[in-house]
Design a protein around this ligand. Structure first.
Ligand code: CP
Length: 339
């Protein structure tokens, strides 16, 4: 897995082997992400976190991942606080931030912005979401969460539900799933179905997604139900949003139709798509999924910035709630057995 100095603009920037390599490394990063072990492989490096759209998970998990590896972070959270507000172009802004750090993470409202940033930056750029385009690091943590829960990514039956038109996470995820032979079902109102160009890409990879608007017809087949928020901010006409708002809601009643080991995932934030009563069920994986952003982004930062892992021995043992069952502190074997 040689990802040194690599841009991450699209999930298509990775081969299947590279994705599996990142997921393997992410698994090893979990105790470091929890703070149970320490490792400063990126000491002296600086991450430039540019978030020109709101974010809780992506921004903070990149920061947490960087700090856990000893990497410093400089950041901007609002375009109005940069000289873009004075008329500076994104290209010039990127050139400047590039001069102040070793890697840029960019979230931006326009599709294609990360590709543009990668063109103007000498240092690597990671796309943290470009408008309705894609969100490749979300896909990596989604795959990590599925593999952790199911033991494999091969041949899973994945049901994608909600805003498949504007939801960038499902665009990247569907493409990645084709590498693993997934059976994909697309559940959305006609106006929010997966864009034709993304469906064509899936078909080119040999996937024949099934489309429907009725979740109840397909939920019993799902290994993974991945639901997304309807992206109100991307609708040109608010009246169109009102027509589809609240179309799907996962609650305990609908989950009675699901397999007992089916997992519910959501990139979050949720705004009513999942009833809070689901949080305590065996199906809920969305908060664990959000935590997984830390080890996965640690693995990615480490690989891109060339951190040398020494895997120090354990210093502390706490907060086992996010560890997969059977791997908590009490069941951890000697650290010497670790790579
Ligand atoms: N999943 C995700 O991208 O969440 P944020 O918008 O909070 O970063």
């Amino acid at each position: 897995m040689d990802l040194y100095d690599k841009d991450v603009v699209s999930i298509r920037d990775f081969t299947k082997d590279q994705i599996e390599g990142i997921l393997d490394l992410s698994e090893k990063m979990v105790p470091y992400a929890l703070g149970d072990k320490t490792e400063r492989t990126l000491d002296g490096k600086i991450l430039g976190n540019l978030f020109f759209e709101p974010s809780t998970r992506t921004k903070l998990s990149f920061e947490s991942a960087a700090y856990r590896l000893g990497c410093d972070v400089i950041d901007v959270s609002e375009m109005s606080m940069t000289s873009i507000s004075k008329g500076e172009t994104l290209a010039d802004t990127i050139k400047m931030v590039d001069a102040y750090c070793d890697l840029i993470v960019l979230r931006h409202p326009y599709e294609g912005s990360a590709r543009l940033a990668a063109k103007f930056s000498i240092n690597p750029v990671i796309n943290a979401g470009d408008g309705a385009g894609s969100h490749p690091t979300q896909t990596l943590l989604d795959l990590f969460t599925m593999r952790e829960a199911k033991g494999t990514l091969d041949g899973l039956n994945i049901v994608l539900v909600g805003d498949l038109k504007y939801g960038r996470t499902v665009h990247s995820l569907a493409e990645a799933l084709t590498m693993f032979g997934a059976k994909i079902t697309l559940v959305a109102p006609e106006s929010l179905q997966m864009p034709d160009d993304t469906v064509s890409l899936l078909e080119e990879k040999g996937c024949r997604p099934v489309k429907t608007a009725i979740l109840e017809d397909v939920i019993d087949q799902a290994d993974v139900l991945y639901i997304t928020r309807i992206q109100r901010e991307r609708f040109p006409d608010p009246a169109e949003y009102d027509k589809v708002a609240g179309t799907y809601r996962i609650d305990n009643a609908i989950l009675r139709e699901a397999k007992s080991d089916m997992i519910v995932m959501h990139p979050l934030p949720r705004v009513g798509e999942i009833a809070p009563e689901v949080d305590g069920t065996q199906h809920a994986r969305y908060f664990k999924q959000a935590f997984n952003g830390v080890p996965v982004r640690m693995a990615l930062l480490n690989a891109i910035l060339g951190g040398e892992l020494r895997w120090r021995t354990s210093t502390r043992s706490r907060r086992s709630r996010f560890l997969p069952s059977g791997t908590g502190p009490s069941s951890t074997t000697s650290n010497a057995a670790r790579p």
